[in-house]
Design a binder for this molecule. Structure first.
Ligand SMILES: C[S@@+](CC[C@H](N)C(=O)[O-])C[C@H]1O[C@@H](n2cnc3c(N)ncnc32)[C@H](O)[C@@H]1O
Length: 310
């Protein structure tokens, strides 16, 4: 998306949880009529829905038809402001560089260069096959996770600890990774870039799953990173040595209650508020022990290891 694209973002709250189902059931044309043409994305999180339009629109006919969806706020800002002005600012996490690509285009397989256009009009390129191992290209679209948020950044730091030689007693680097709530796919992609053989990313949001699939292609990791649209709870039993989950507490709690969630060697858990951390860790004890804990801003993130080998 062009960084200067004006966004109108409607934040809606569901007065009853089932009120959000309509957003999943009906195609945008059915919900928004002609406005669907300027709908750039739709994201549902807990009791809230965020509707992203690329121009000013009148949502009142839709709202009148959905009395259980309450309009909370309308945000008006440019796309680069929504993404925190990140364009052109690569993010360094140790030796890993995450390059944001707000206007990425996809390059057909086997075609590495985009010659022919003046440099100022040349869109950012997809990764070449010889891209440095520690570099990721991320086009966040409207999804969460270009790397700058403290909860994501700490997960990337933990991944580096697992995949780069160091004093941690976590054993050999995990060969397989499952990323629940993958957003842009950044953690699944980073795990593979850093050394995992394969990873699966899962997100219930169409917007996130689409962005993550785009990023898999941008980084030319189609053979090794798969993305599924679905609920973390449903996919929690997918076998993988490492599980990464940067998710809100209520989802993490659900997951911790599932035996299958625990059946792996390493866990990276993020998205908890600092005051939520201790109680959540109690849910994982004694199956897991904390290898490292980082508090950053208002957030707490943990790297955990299975107490007995699984
Ligand atoms: C905080 S973002 C994390 C994105 C990325 N993993 C990162 O670390 O930057 C949480 C993501 O989880 C997704 N999510 C929230 N609840 C979920 C659930 N129950 N099942 C699947 N995905 C969920 C959201 O759509 C969002 O993309």
């Amino acid at each position: 998306m062009d960084p200067s694209t004006p966004l109108t973002i409607f934040e809606l709250r569901a007065l009853r949880p089932e009120a959000l189902d309509v957003l999943d059931r009906q195609p945008p044309e059915g919900l928004f009529g002609p406005l669907a043409a300027s709908l750039a994305g739709l994201h549902v999180e807990a009791d809230f829905a965020f509707l992203f339009f690329v121009q000013e629109v009148d949502l009142s006919p839709f709202l009148a038809a959905q009395p259980l969806l309450e309009l909370r706020t309308v945000h008006r800002l440019r796309y680069d402001q929504w993404q925190d002005g990140l364009e052109g600012r690569p993010l360094k996490v140790g030796p890993l560089t995450v390059r944001p690509c707000l206007r990425a285009v996809e390059v057909p397989a086997g075609q590495d260069e985009l010659g022919g256009r003046p440099p100022e009009r040349r869109p950012q390129r997809a990764a070449r096959r010889d891209e440095p191992l520690d570099e990721l290209l991320i086009d966040p679209g409207l999804a969460f996770g270009y790397g700058g948020h403290p909860t994501t950044k700490t997960c990337l730091e933990f991944l580096l600890r697992l995949y780069r030689p160091g004093p941690l007693p976590t054993g050999p680097p995990p060969a397989t990774a499952l990323d629940l709530g993958c957003g842009t796919g950044i953690l699944a992609l980073a795990a593979v870039r850093l050394g995992a053989a394969e990873a699966l990313g899962v997100d219930h949001s169409h917007l996130a799953a689409d962005a993550a699939r785009r990023n898999v292609r941008l980084n030319r990791l189609e053979g090794r990173v798969k993305i599924e649209r679905g609920w973390a709870q449903t996919w929690s039993a997918h076998p993988a040595e490492l599980l990464t989950a940067n998710l809100p507490l209520f989802v993490l709690r659900d997951l911790a209650a599932l035996e299958a969630f625990k059946g792996r060697r390493c866990l990276i858990v993020s998205g908890l508020l600092q005051e939520e951390g201790a109680a959540f860790l109690d849910l994982l004890a004694p199956a897991f022990r904390v290898v490292d804990a980082v508090r950053s801003d208002r957030w707490a993130s943990y790297l955990l290891q299975a107490s007995t080998k699984v």
